[in-house]
Design a protein around this ligand. Structure first.
Ligand SMILES: [Zn+2]
Length: 181
């Protein structure tokens, strides 16, 4: 298992945000074990991701998360895998302590919709794990093709491609085919 090491991306999140640091990388979808747990096994795609720390005018600290790539999902209608392009763009408020988190939760419990997403920012926050969380949240609840390619349509589409690449069949060939039926 020695060669399968995945890049570890720990940051001190509060410092990362205060200093407006950034971190970026690329990871194979198949390496994101939690994300792909219930997804098709074949995951040839990659995710390009970026984290940026930020402090706003009021001194609040944020982690801006961006990621894009292609994930294989299983269509819940026809059960065929299909490539789903994912784009994630989210700002996470960083809270420094458990008590800040509790205060935020109390406000939400009182009906404040709390338009901000937040995480407890540890001294060792795994950046890639944050990216993976966001990708998991972005997955469609019931993934389906817009239009399922049933086998017939698929065969037809393929023969059309071949047809366009080669010369069109003569009308006589078509007539010959009709006669056979
Ligand atoms: Zn489908």
């Amino acid at each position: 298992m020695g060669h399968s090491a995945i890049m570890k991306t720990y940051v001190n999140a509060l410092e990362f945000a205060r200093l407006a640091q950034s971190l970026r990388g690329e990871v194979g979808v198949s390496q994101l074990v939690r994300l792909t747990e219930d997804l098709p096994e074949e995951q040839p795609g990659h995710i390009v991701w970026q984290l940026e720390g930020r402090r706003d005018g009021a001194g609040r600290l944020y982690l801006d998360v961006q990621a894009h790539g292609e994930i294989q999902l299983e269509c819940q209608r026809c059960l065929q895998p299909f490539a789903w392009p994912v784009v994630v763009r989210n700002a996470l408020r960083l809270l420094a302590s458990r008590s800040e988190v509790e205060a935020m939760e109390a406000r939400e419990a009182q009906g404040d919709p709390g338009d901000e997403e937040y995480i407890l920012a540890g001294a060792r926050l795994d950046g890639l794990s944050v990216v993976e969380d966001e990708l998991i949240l972005a997955l469609p609840y019931v993934p389906t093709h817009e239009v399922c390619p049933d086998h017939l349509d698929l065969a037809q589409a393929e023969s059309e491609v071949v047809e366009n690449e080669s010369k069109r069949p003569s009308p006589f060939a078509v007539l010959g085919q009709l006669k056979k039926h």
